[in-house]
Design a protein around this ligand. Structure first.
Ligand SMILES: [Zn+2]
Ligand SMILES: [Zn+2]
Length: 348
C-alpha cells in the first residue's frame, strides 16, 4: 500500500502551555516496531557517549587517551563504548608502532555516518543555533567553496522535501516485537549531548535522539497526525506518547490543531522546523539501508518530482557532489578555549 506524506502544514509554533494531556486509551494490541533503517542508526547514536566518540573520530581522534581527554569520559565508560562500537563495526582496532597501543579507526560504515551527521548539523544550524551563528563552517575541498550540504534525490539531485516523497513497503518491510527497555533514555542523558565542542548535531539529537520522539516524528512523515492513529501504529504507552507529543510541541516540531470539539481532539502537524527534520531522517534511512538491510530495504521511496525511485544523498549545495568526510574541512566559528577543544583541522 502506498503511503503518501501529504500533511497540510500551518506555519508557526505552539507553546508548551497549550498542551493538555490527551485521553488515555489502553490498547492490548501491540503491533510491534516497524522495521526501520533510521531506527538502526539511532540505536547507535542515541547513546550520547557513543555519539560523542564518533564525532571526535570525525575530528581525527584515534587513541583511547585522546578520546578520554577530549571528552573527559570515565575510563570504564570509554572502554565499554569503544568495545561496543567496534563490535558494531563502526570502528576497527589498528595496532600502532608505538608499544602495544592500539588506535580506533572508523570503518567504511563508520565514515558513512558522516553525511547523516552533516544533515543533522545543517538542521541544528538552521533552527537551534544559540547565537544564530553556526559553530562550524564547512569547506568542501573538491570545489573550494564554503558548503551548505543538502539532502538530495540520487536521481535528479534536487533537494528532498517531505511532501514530494511517496513510500511503499520494500522487501524488508515487517514488524518486530518491541524490546522493552531499549526505547527509553535516561533523562539525564540529554545534557550530555552538549559536552565538549558545541555542535548542532548534538542539539538536533537532543530532540530526536530519544527513540520514541523519533518514532513519533517518523509517523508524521508518513502522514499520521492523530493521537489514536500514532498510538496504534507504534504500540506506545499512552503516558509516553502524551509526554513525547508535549515535548515535541514545546520544541517547535509540531503544532496542535483542534479537529473535533466534543470531545476535544487535537491533531499534531509538523511545523516548518519539523518538516526540516526530513533531510536528516532520510539521510539516516539511506545509511541504514546501505549497511543493515542486506539489500532488502523496509521502505521504497519514490520522488514525485522526477518520478523515480531514489535514495537520499547528501551533496554540496555548490558543486552537487556527494559529501564524504575526507573532502571536508572545518573552520571553527567559536573560541575553542572556551570549550577546551582542539583547534581547526581537517579530519583526514
Ligand atoms: Zn528526484
Ligand atoms: Zn562542493
Amino acid at each position: 500500500m502506498a503511503r503518501s506524506a501529504t500533511a497540510k502544514i500551518a506555519p508557526g509554533r505552539a507553546s508548551s502551555r497549550d498542551v493538555v494531556p490527551q485521553r488515555a486509551k489502553v490498547t492490548s494490541l501491540v503491533r510491534g516496531e516497524r522495521n526501520c533503517s533510521v531506527a538502526r542508526m539511532l540505536d547507535i547514536v542515541s547513546d550520547a557517549w557513543a555519539f560523542l566518540i564518533i564525532r571526535e573520530a570525525f575530528f581525527g581522534t584515534r587513541t583511547f587517551e585522546a578520546f578520554r581527554s577530549a571528552l573527559e569520559i570515565p575510563r570504564a565508560t570509554l572502554t565499554d563504548r569503544l568495545r561496543k562500537l567496534t563490535r558494531l563495526e563502526i570502528f576497527r582496532q589498528v595496532p600502532t608502532h608505538v608499544g602495544r597501543r592500539k588506535e580506533y579507526r572508523l570503518t567504511k560504515m563508520g565514515f558513512d555516518l558522516y553525511p547523516s551527521f552533516i544533515a543533522l548539523m545543517q538542521f541544528g544550524d538552521r533552527w537551534l543555533s544559540v547565537n544564530k551563528r553556526p559553530p562550524l563552517i564547512l569547506v568542501h575541498r573538491s570545489c573550494g567553496c564554503e558548503s551548505r550540504p543538502i539532502v538530495a534525490c540520487s536521481e535528479c539531485s534536487s533537494e528532498l522535501e517531505v511532501r514530494a516523497v511517496d513510500y511503499r513497503d520494500g522487501p524488508g518491510a515487517g514488524r518486530q516485537p518491541s524490546k522493552p527497555g531499549r526505547n527509553t533514555r535516561r533523562a539525564s542523558d540529554g545534557s550530555r549531548f552538549m559536552l565538549g565542542r558545541p555542535s548542532s548535531v548534538s542539539r538536533a539529537l537532543q530532540i530526536i535522539g530519544d527513540k520514541w520522539s523519533f518514532m513519533v516524528v517518523r509517523e508524521a512523515f508518513f502522514g499520521n497526525r492523530r493521537y489514536d492513529k500514532i498510538q496504534s501504529e507504534l504500540g506506545i504507552a499512552p503516558n509516553i506518547l502524551t509526554d513525547r507529543l508535549s515535548r515535541l510541541v514545546a520544541q517547535g516540531i509540531f503544532h496542535r490543531r483542534l479537529y473535533q470539539r466534543a470531545p476535544e481532539r487535537y491533531e499534531y502537524l509538523l511545523t516548518d522546523m519539523g518538516r526540516d527534520l526530513y533531510g536528516p531522517f532520510i539521510a539516516m534511512l539511506a545509511w541504514g539501508d546501505r549497511w543493515h538491510s542486506k539489500g532488502k530495504p523496509p521502505l521504497l521511496l519514490r520522488h514525485s518530482k522526477c518520478e523515480h525511485d531514489f535514495h537520499a544523498s547528501v551533496i554540496c549545495d555548490k558543486c552537487h557532489k556527494p559529501i564524504v568526510a575526507a573532502d571536508m574541512q572545518y573552520k571553527l566559528n567559536y573560541d575553542p578555549k572556551e570549550y577546551g577543544a582542539l583547534g581547526p583541522r581537517s579530519i583526514t
